[in-house]
Every structure is written in C-alpha cells, then in structure tokens.
Design a protein around this ligand. Structure first.
Ligand code: SF4
Length: 68
C-alpha cells in the first residue's frame, strides 16, 4: 500500500484561479475569497492521483506535495 503524502499550501502565492479545487474537489476546497483551502493535509492513496493533478495545474505553484 502506498504511503500517505502530505500537502503544503503557500497561501500568499495563491491567486484564486480555482484550478486545484475544480480538478481535485476531494482534496482542495475554496475559502470565502475563492482561494485554496486544504481539505486534508494527509492524502490517502486513493486520492493521490487527484492531489497530484491539482498540484501540477496550479499556475502559481502555491501547493506542493511534501513527502512521498
Ligand atoms: S490553483 Fe493554485 S492559485 Fe489557483 S486556487 Fe488553487 S492553489 Fe490557488
């Protein structure tokens, strides 16, 4: 079984494009300004593909996968 990965959000970099939470709605959510909010920091195996999709589509590189 794959290990859980951790997500890190650099809130200052987030510009609120919403790509992360549109592509990965089980991992990322939006706050009242439309900026990213982590729904979970530890991502279980079944959501890792979704998490990576969100991370790789953030134009501001505001979210990172910390560990694998
Ligand atoms: S895609 Fe990036 S910049 Fe856009 S809301 Fe998500 S974290 Fe913020």
């Amino acid at each position: 079984m794959a290990c859980a990965v951790k997500l890190r959000l650099e809130g200052e970099r987030c510009a609120g494009h919403g790509r992360c939470y549109e592509l990965a709605p089980d991992v990322f959510g939006e706050d009242e300004r439309g900026h990213c909010r982590l729904l979970r920091e530890d991502v279980p195996a079944e959501l890792q593909e979704q998490a990576r999709l969100g991370v790789s589509n953030c134009p501001e590189r505001a979210i990172e996968i910390e560990s694998d």
